[in-house]
Structure formats: structure tokens, C-alpha cells
Design a protein around this ligand. Sequence first.
Ligand code: ARG
Length: 591
Amino acid sequence: MLHLDLQDRLQEAVKAILPEADLSTVQVRSCPDPKFGDYQTSALMALAKERKMNPRQLATDVLGKLRADDLCEKIDIAGAGFLNFRLKPEVVAEALAGAFRGEHLFFRTSSQPRSIVIDFSSPNVAKPMHVGHIRSTILGESLSRIFRFLGHRVVTDNHIGDWGTAFGKLLVGWKESLDRDALQRDPIGEMERLYKKINAECDAEETRLELARSELVKLQQGDAENLAIWQEMIRLSQVQFDEVYGRLKVSFDHTLGESFYNPQLQATVDELMATGIARESQGAKAIFSDGSMPQKDDPFVVQRDGEWLDNPALIQKNDGGFNYATTDLATLAYRHATWRPDEIVYVTDGRQQLHFRQIFAAFRRWRPDLEKSVKLAHVWFGSILGEDGKPFKTRSGDTVRLTELLDEAEERAFAVVSEKNPSLDEAQRNEIARIVGLGSVKYSDLCQNRQSDYVFSWDKMLALNGNSAPYLLFSYTRAASILRKAEQSDAVTNATTLTAIRLSSPEEQAVAKHLLKFGQVLELVTEEYRPNFLGAYLYELAGLLSRFYESCPVLQSSGNERLTRLAICFVGARVLKQGLNLLGIETTETM
Ligand code: ARG
């Protein structure tokens, strides 16, 4: 917040000197090295460069107009024209006091709220949700929460895979070899078995493949029996998805699966053909390069052996069937027409990068008028690996089911909690284990740079030390416990009368200054769709709090010192709790 106040004033000053400048580029950021200050701006150098001005001269002129002595110590011009700002200690103390009184939490909601569609999770019907879907679900949920928290209008849409060639095979399996008892016990397992069986037969025998195709065509033509079976498969799958979402506390505004767009697919293809964006190729229809992009950026060509070859996006097969790309183009058109979003975000694994580059490029050619008005973003992530560095599998080599993974997380957390705190009764330990277990799975994912692969390690994610959910949750409970003890002896709640916060030790100041940066970190998360920035911020906060507890006893202190320290515990706990909540992680008061 203070950085935004400072930024507003800086923009005023720049406007006075360069009335025509684009003020949105004039930003105040954290100073990477506290030796030089708390915040800095490099914007003046860029402005000077564009105008061929001397950057230090521009910095001097802007400084002459900048009124910020109430917020900052003397402002320095550094290097080639940076401005470094150092907050006055009383300003930091007052910001902390304001948060203690419940007036703010160091963030501002956006003055230009955007509407954002987020497509995430999107598992496939008749298949178990696996660990690959966990990253999309956890990342997507956290991004939705953070965008909403900052005041943006968010529409979440679960684009489930409920249509396509797999259903031909599933229908054959369902009609010929369904085991009703198995379906009762484990619907997903049974549907998976049917799919695998028929899929193998289709690979071996052309006649089986033809049968599957004809069942699919019947489904597409609205055959009553096939429709009913297909709907039952969706229903059974949705039960499983909802169980996982319920446990993870994830929710969606809409679940419009791929099948929802089926009625629009032919029209989409016709339009793309009529406008010349797609053309016929070997009986199929596909989108080719229009040569408008440099080849290295063009998703419709690939380089092989030094030669550029066509890399078209198929939109209709020669048997008339449609492709994944067709559905995504129809989906984009629908989302645009329905929600008029400023931004559409897709959260999927990195293997779909080419697909989305093609979709985005094709959409721009299809709807050139939207070029500027809608931002399309593919927020992709890497793989989860086993400790052997290969894709994460069970001991028997199967993909790990999400429900089983969550069960194991809770069981392991129960063991950790019971060891640490054996005196708690079992129900309490169960509840704490649920929070710690699920929090650990979420945090170990969210604290990573999403684009790197990471090794799934139970020991690391459940460790009480290091960058883990248990460490952050423990930091929260420590503050909560101090506050509980203090409340028994004095009236912290009477914080409205509080005027006397004074940050006298470096440890107190370090926590308070870090707290001030909460909102700024959230903005960075939304700029780059990277919740790991928030993870790193909270981890640093927990570290600063622990240094603070070591050198600044809270309960043994008195007077203003005690009040200041309680305020740090109180506000620190609130930011930890809010930050964890934005990562989708619940907190517990004891651990
Ligand atoms: N169902 C797909 C999968 O499991 C993900 C869909 C992502 N969203 C989209 N609009 N294509 O890989």
C-alpha cells in the first residue's frame, strides 16, 4: 500500500515534468538490497532513454517535484538514475498500527478491475483424476482466489473432457463386458478397465475399431441408448470429481464440458473455411500458416533438418469427426460472446503449449477485431516426478490416483502430528492432520516455479523445517498461541486505543517492513500467474517472525514494547492466514 501511495506521488511528479508520458510504466518496486532502501524505481531511466534525455537530470527534475517527505527519508538518486526510497520508521509503525486496528491489510483492490475467465482442472470423464490434474487444480484455484481478492471479476470454468473418440470404445465395453458389481464398488476403476480392454482390441483388430467408431457415430447422432450410457458415465465421474474438489475446497462457477460445444463445431469449421483461415488437406480440414509471422514465432510451421515444414492444426478429420482444437476454438468464441472477458487464462501442463499457441493465433485471425481487447494466456506447468526422477507412478507402475494421494497425505500428517503433540485427543489430531496433509500437498506444488518439473517427496513436504506447509502453519500457531496467552493477562483486543507502536529493534522493523509488501507480492503473482511468489513471501515472513521471537520476547515485555510486539504477532498471523488462504491452505490454531 505504501508503495502505491509513493507510486501515485511519483506519477504526479513525472506528469509535472513530462506531461505526455505513459504513467503506467512509472512503478515503485521493492529494493532488492535493503542497504539501498526499501523501494526503488527504474522507470525514469526508461523514460529518459526514450526521449534521449540525461537520466540523472530527469531524476533530479522529478525529485524536485516529488512531495514525499512525510513518507520517506531523504530520497537518493543512485547509479544511472534510480530513485531509492527509505520509509520513515514512524510511517512503518503507523502502517502496522493501522493493520492492528483492522483498517487494512497492506493491499489495495485494483482501480481497474478486469474480468478474467480461468479454465483449470479440466479432468477427463471415465478416467481417474491423476497427479497431473492436481497441479492445474491447485494452481488454478489459487490464481482465482488472488485475482478475486484484488477486486477482479473472475469466472472459473471446468472444461471437463466429456466428448471424443474414447466414448466409442467405452460404449462397446459398457455394452459387452460391464461388471455391474465392480461399477458399484469403484465406478472409475471399472470404466478404466473397460476402456483399456477395448482400446487394446481396437489396436489389434480393425473390426473392433470400426465397431467403436459406429457406436461413437450413434452417440453423436443422438441415439437414446448411447446417450443414456454416456450421461451415466459423466454422472459417475462427476461424483468422483466432486469428492476431490470438496476435499480440496475448490469450486467452479461453471462446468461446461467439451460436449457443451458440440452443436457449434460444424459452424465453427464452416466459418473458418469460408474465411480462408482453414483449408482442405488430404480430405481433412486444417488451419495452415498465413505467413504473417516470422517463422520462428509461427505455430503453424516447424523446422526439420533446416527446412520449414507445415504444422497445421486439424479441425475436421476426413471421416467428419472434430478435433480438440475445434472444440477449443468454439469454446473461445462462446466465452468471448458470453462473458466479454478482458483476459482468458488456461492452466494446463506444458505439453499443450503448441496447441494453445495455435488456438490463440487462429483466434486472432478469426476475430482480428479482438486483437487488443482480450488477453489470452496459457499458464503451463511441468511434470511431477518420482524420487527416481521419472514421471511419478505407484510402485506397480500405475498412475497415482489423486484420492489415494490425498489419503496418504492425511495419514502421514497424522503420524507427524501425533508424534509432535501426543496429548491432543484423536479427533483433534485428525482434523489437524487433514489441514496439514492437504496443505502440504498444495504448498509443495505452489512453492515451485510452475514451469519446472519437481520431485514429489513426502519427507520434504511434511518436514517441520524448511520451505513447507507444516513450517508455515507452525509459524501461524506460534503467533496464535502468544496472542491467546496475552489475552488472558491483558486486553489486546482494545487495540483501538493504541497509538504507541514504536519499532525499536531491527527484528521488529524487518517483520513490519516485510508485512508492508504483502499487496505488492499479490500484484506480482497476478502479473505473471505465479503463486510461488506468494509462497516465497510467506516463507520469508515465517523466517523473520522466528528471528523476531528469538530476540524480542513478547510475553515478558511490558508497556509500549509489549504492545508493539503483540501487534507484530497479531498482524503477522493475519497476513500468514490470509496468504495461506489465497494458496487454498487452511490454518489451524494448534499443532
Ligand atoms: N481435458 C484436458 C486434459 O486432461 C485439459 C483441458 C484444458 N482446457 C482446454 N480448454 N483445453 O488434458
